[in-house]
Design a protein around this ligand. Structure first.
Ligand code: NAD
Length: 374
């Protein structure tokens, strides 16, 4: 029996992406799988039903969940949805395990094999599966466009008959995947860009994109190429230098995060109050609590003339390309497990082993198991 791979019309508010695009559905069909989609699954990402060829259709999400051997999702399934899954089904998508303990327990109890895209190891071989990166680069790009839209200034320098216009200064805090894309986008639009990160490797990356690296004298390289949390002393040192650069910026894009922790608070109320009226902060870390003290997720707060945009799910605002990239990431992840239309997972492969959240009635991702079960 060929494996049935299903995809839903996402039901979370503001989620417009789809986990399976026509190009990827074709590839799964060529690999011998059966593809089952909920009607309208791709509509909000501009993939109408007519663009999917030779797939099977279901009128409801429940029907997809009940019939599929593998379910591809963007947002985590709800407890009710998990209970509809076949016992032994496989789910691949974002799992947000620390924010959704009830869903993790439901996956475990239902005997579901779940893979969290958040835990796919960031090794060279897995770059093509790296959904965190593909979606973060979209967020970095979009954050700059939002800042440009909110500013009442040009980003580039302009020499006009009405005189010369000075370029805007954009400061990017956190130079990971999102931050580097924000730097590149702001540079393409002609802004003068400065950037800062606590990881020492970012210095050269920032410079190679034509931006100036802000040196605070603090470096905090943590495990696995990520940043570690700063000590109080380091935070003070960082603050002194950064505050003056924040005050000089027209737009600040904040992207800093530390895995498994709330986003570090880097832009204080006092720093916002030193900014010129009309300046803008776009906080991509809003969902993890925000890098700015005044950020409210999903809102634009105005404080003494400075706008603070609490950006949430920015990749969904570019749903067409975001879905293409995400669906390709999932295809590259699943491909090695599908052989002549049948599913067989090689558990000695670190990509499957490390990204597995639940399996055989237990939580197999150790940090999540510890957090949930002690
Ligand atoms: P992330 O989203 O976890 O964090 C964003 C950035 O915030 C990081 O660069 C981090 O150093 C920075 N940050 C954290 N605390 C900060 C603070 N107090 N002040 C300033 N900046 C702070 O990071 P990410 O974009 O997911 O990337 C994390 C790492 O993974 C990077 O080393 C990246 O190069 C690496 N990576 C590797 C691969 C691969 O090899 N396959 C793919 C993608 C990313």
């Amino acid at each position: 029996m060929p494996v049935t791979i299903g995809a839903l019309r996402e039901s979370a508010p503001q989620e417009t992406r789809v986990s399976l695009v026509p190009e990827v559905a074709d590839k799964l069909l060529q690999g011998g799988a059966r593809v089952l989609l909920q009607r309208g699954a791709g509509t909000r990402a501009q993939f109408p039903d007519s663009t999917y060829k030779n797939v099977n259709w279901a009128d409801s999400g429940e029907s997809v969940l009940e019939q599929s051997d593998v379910v591809l999702t963007v947002q985590p399934l709800s407890v009710e949805q998990i209970q509809r899954l076949k016992s032994g089904a496989v789910v691949v998508g974002y799992m947000q395990p620390y924010a959704r303990p009830a869903e993790v327990r439901a996956l475990k109890e239902r005997g579901v094999t779940s893979f969290a895209v958040e835990f796919i190891p960031r090794i060279s071989r897995a770059q093509s599966m790296d959904a965190l990166s593909s979606q973060a680069s979209i967020a970095g790009y979009k954050a700059v466009l939002i800042a440009a839209n909110q500013l009442q200034k040009f980003l580039p320098m302009l020499t006009t008959a009405a005189g010369t216009i000075r370029p805007s200064m954009v400061l990017v805090i956190g130079a990971g995947v999102a931050g580097l894309q924000a730097i590149a986008t702001a540079r393409r639009l002609g802004a003068v860009v400065e950037a800062y990160d606590v990881r020492s490797a970012t210095r050269e990356q920032v410079k190679s994109l034509g931006a100036k690296f802000v040196d605070t004298g603090v470096s905090a390289d943590g495990a696995g190429g990520y940043a570690r949390e700063l000590t109080e002393d380091e935070k003070r040192k960082q603050q002194e230098v950064l505050d003056s650069r924040i005050a000089a910026a027209d737009a600040v894009i904040t992207t800093a995060s530390v895995p498994g922790r709330a986003a570090p608070k880097i832009v204080s109320r006092a720093a916002v109050e030193r900014m010129r009226p009309g300046s803008v902060i776009v906080d991509i870390a809003a969902e993890q609590g925000g890098n700015c003290e005044l950020t409210v997720a999903n809102e634009i707060v105005e404080h003494q003339g400075v706008k603070i945009v609490g950006a949430v799910n920015l990749s969904s605002t570019l749903a067409y390309n975001a879905s293409e990239m995400y669906a390709r990431n999932l295809l590259n992840f699943l491909k090695p497990a599908i052989n002549k239309g049948e599913l067989s997972i090689d558990w000695t492969d670190e990509v499957f082993a490390q990204s597995c959240l639940t399996r055989d009635g237990r939580i197999s991702h150790e940090p999540t198991r510890k957090a949930l079960e002690g």
